[in-house]
Design a protein around this ligand. Structure first.
Ligand code: HAM
Length: 419
């Protein structure tokens, strides 16, 4: 009996027909990053588990429950990366990228989190992210957010809004942490079990709870606004002003905390109501202490990552985007395969996307394949055409039609007729 092995739960195959839209989206993302002077960095998919524990925080959902961790043959604990900020910092420190330098970096690739899969939430998913290292002021925070806004513009995404908050200076955050600890301790008996666990180590994360009874408590909890230091307030106001001047509407949300521990001051999320429960398409913020905490020189930093699956789904929902024809010409020879091969290679030399018929057969069956291929043109070589050094060019889409043309003119004719 055959045993059909299926893909790992929450990990998706990306099939022809869908992958074309991914290419378009990836191209827009790369170009947006380049247009702001960001350079690409690629880091390994596997890192030492310790890196994520120390960077993301060992009390976070990601580290506590969601990482794919295993020991290799030399007993080193390794993890599939659940995100790329920690690895970017690790690589920057390791290669001296932050030493007396400012860096604008971007990355794109697969990430892994063992979450409960549902629409928009997968165990292997892809992130595109940017990280700016070495600037303190709110102008770089505004730039990072503007890169996101430009991407929505270039992709024609409209149903998306910016939620913005500040967690203040580390001292302000500590004061707030203390206030929250006191507040939630007083209603300890009403907290869900996850929140109870978070109470001692990281009460800010209780603000993120989705448990109904806890959400009610969160609504009445102290607000970060009461604990902000003057510098953080000024910086946040200046960020809001800069974004408003760029025409970006802001939804200030003082309950916005993030699921990763490295954030300091600015935090933000771009959310949509088009994707059901998984509404965050892009999220990020400042993490001014991470480089130093990972052994580098104190280097302020800010960045974001967006979920490419969510972005592609959003575009599909909003635009029902159609993809280009992927093949220009399908070449058929009734006088031996070599004629088809020669012609097709010449078309490819000219940048025309072409496919030659393989497997022989009568003209009718070869034409059927040409039609099914999705190509715009069929190029047919029969005995007459070989004798006269010509081809039949048949239009497969729209009005149709067929004509005989000289072989040496084929490239020129096709180039002039292709969009
Ligand atoms: P994050 O909020 O964990 O932040 O993830 C960023 C984005 O990745 C989310 O807004 C979402 O679009 C996407 N995402 C996360 N988990 C999944 C999943 N299981 N399935 C599909 N998409 C998902 C970070 O990862 C930070 N490193 C962002 C950052 C960069 N902060 C500063 N720099």
């Amino acid at each position: 009996m055959s045993n059909k092995i299926q893909a790992v739960k929450g990990m998706n195959d990306l099939l022809p027909g869908k992958v074309e839209l991914w290419h378009q989206v990836e191209q827009v993302l790369r170009e947006a990053a380049w247009s702001y002077g960001y350079q690409e960095i690629r880091t390994p998919i596997l890192e030492k588990t310790e890196l994520f524990k120390q960077s993301i925080g060992d009390q976070t959902d990601i580290v506590e429950k969601e990482m794919y961790v295993f020991e290799d043959a030399s007993d080193t604990s390794l993890a599939l990366r659940p995100e790329a900020t920690a690895a970017t910092v690790r690589a920057g420190n390791q290669h001296g990228l932050f030493h007396n330098q400012q860096q604008r970096l971007w990355y794109m690739g697969p990430m892994f989190r063992r979450e409960r899969p549902q629409k928009g939430r997968y165990r292997q998913f892809h992130q595109f992210g940017i990280e700016a290292f070495g600037w303190t002021g709110p102008d770089i925070d505004a730039e990072v957010i503007r890169v996101g806004a430009r991407i929505w513009k270039n992709l024609g995404v409209e149903n998306i809004r910016l939620k913005l908050n500040t967690l203040g200076s580390p001292e302000a955050r500590e004061r707030y942490r203390h206030a929250l600890h006191q507040y939630f301790s007083n209603c300890r008996d009403q907290l869900d079990s996850d929140s109870l666990r978070r109470l001692e180590r990281n009460p800010l994360r209780i603000l993120d709870s989705k448990v109904e009874s806890t959400v009610a408590l969160v609504e009445a909890a102290p607000s970060i606004l009461e604990y902000l230091d003057e510098d953080s307030k000024r910086s946040f106001e200046s960020l809001c002003e800069s974004l408003t001047q760029s025409g970006i509407s802001i939804d200030v949300d003082n309950r916005l905390v993030r699921g990763l521990d490295y954030y300091t001051s600015t935090v933000f999320e771009w959310v949509t109501d088009q994707l059901g429960a998984q509404s965050a398409v892009c999220a990020g913020g400042r993490y001014d202490q991470l480089v130093e905490h990972r052994g580098g020189r104190a280097t302020p930093a800010v960045g974001f990552a967006m979920g490419v699956e969510r972005l592609v789904e959003l575009i599909a929902v909003e635009q029902k985007s159609s993809t280009d024809e992927f093949l220009d010409a399908y070449v058929i020879s009734l006088c031996g395969q070599q004629h088809a091969v020669d012609i097709t290679e010449r078309l490819r030399d000219a940048g025309i996307r072409a496919c030659e018929h393989c497997g022989g057969g009568k003209l009718k069956s070869q034409m059927k394949k040409a039609d099914q291929s999705g190509a715009s043109f069929a190029v047919i070589v029969g005995e007459d055409e070989v004798a006269t050094q010509s081809v039949q060019l048949k239009i497969l889409r729209g009005e149709g039609g067929q004509e005989q043309i000289k072989r040496e003119q084929l490239v020129e004719v096709l180039v002039s007729r292709l969009p």
